[in-house]
Design a protein around this ligand. Structure first.
Ligand code: PYR
Length: 353
């Protein structure tokens, strides 16, 4: 009798049609990734696609990832929520788009007047950055990995030249992250616009100026046709993008696939930095053909104002959020030492060329 009962239970378990994760039956994974970037964007869409391809190749085809652009998921600035809830298993986005949900997320992308990509990588991989990233994102049910650095970004396109602090007043600018808070503090009006809508916003006058990335991405967007003053950067000295993974789904993966995700993201982080540098070199040359583009650096008094507002705001955020304080302090302490080494190596060497 017991044997018959046991046999019956086994049959039921084998043919159960109840909800089961796909891997329990097949050992393969078919996940979806939502990215913030418009289809075909250099570096950005490339980063998400390269990450998916890396995972598929390294897993011998056991783990495939479909990459969805905003045209499909319709929420370019809500990637974190979609991954958090499990609507998407993965995302590729910029951490600072989520500063409104959690100020501690802001500085994992970049901090104005902060670290260069070399310094940022040293901080992430050896200086405690990854541990802080894990701690902050665990609160959002997400595991995050650095996955693509855009290098030092340009400061954006303006319709009119900025000659003094007075010219900033009331200027509507698309500038995400902490830099958006900084310009807001000194009289500009930061406006949140999804990446795919930047050109239209500038054309329609919803914004007067736009910061996006660097020459390669910017020239493709065509901002120079409307706003010819192109400013050098101060606000994003090495913006890192991230892969987000739903934490429960990540924790349930076998260890080899967890390791594959980490390595795939790290490869993308380095690759996109190289791609960004390479494409920006070429695009910078191409810009010389556009006689209407005027390259400018902001006046010293404007930069001083931004710097002071940046420091004051970092202190204010650190007072309000303990986790943000940990990130800000860790970055500041590392940068205070790193800049001495950067000056005696990079800066000293660059003097000679
Ligand atoms: C931006 O949204 O401005 C980036 O650089 C990713």
């Amino acid at each position: 009798m017991w044997r018959v009962l046991l046999f019956g239970i086994l049959i039921v378990l084998c043919f159960s049609t109840g909800p089961q994760p796909a891997h329990a039956q097949s050992g393969t994974y078919q996940w979806r990734l939502a990215m913030s970037w418009p289809e075909g964007t250099p570096m950005l869409h490339h980063a998400a696609a390269r990450f998916a391809r890396n995972v598929e190749v390294m897993s011998g085809g056991r783990f495939s990832i479909t990459v969805d652009a905003p045209g499909k998921h319709k929420a370019p600035l809500e990637i974190l929520s979609m991954v958090r809830s499990g609507a998407y298993e993965m995302g590729h986005s910029a951490s600072y788009y989520y500063k409104g949900k959690d100020p501690a997320t802001t500085f994992f992308t970049t901090t104005p007047f902060g670290m260069t990509p070399t310094e940022m990588n040293a901080w992430y991989y050896y200086g405690g950055g990854l541990e802080l990233l894990k701690k902050v994102y665990a609160r959002h049910n997400v595991v995050a990995f650095p996955a693509g650095n855009t290098h030092i970004q340009m400061g954006g396109w303006f319709r009119k030249e900025i000659k003094s602090v007075q010219d900033l007043k009331g200027l509507k600018i698309r500038m995400p992250g902490h830099a958006g808070e900084v310009v807001g503090r000194v009289g500009m009006k930061p406006v949140s616009v999804p990446p795919g809508e930047l050109y239209t916003a500038l054309e329609r006058g919803t914004i007067d100026a736009v910061e996006w990335a660097g020459p390669a991405n910017d020239i493709k967007m065509g901002f120079h046709k409307i706003a010819p003053f192109y400013y050098t950067g101060w606000h994003e000295p090495g913006a890192e993008l991230h892969v987000f993974v739903n934490k429960q789904k990540f924790d349930a993966l076998p260890d080899d696939l967890k390791a594959i995700i980490a390595v795939a993201a790290k490869e993308v982080s380095i690759d996109i930095l190289s791609e960004s540098f390479y494409r920006n070199v070429l695009a910078w040359e191409e810009m010389k053909q556009h006689s209407n583009i005027v390259i400018r650096t902001l006046p010293d008094d404007v930069l001083e104002l931004f710097k002071q507002a940046n420091d004051d705001l970092l202190d204010e955020i650190a007072r309000k959020s303990q986790l943000a304080k940990e990130v800000i302090t860790s970055q500041r302490e590392f940068l205070n030492k790193a800049k001495n080494w950067t000056m005696i190596t990079d800066a000293d060497y660059l003097r000679l060329r």
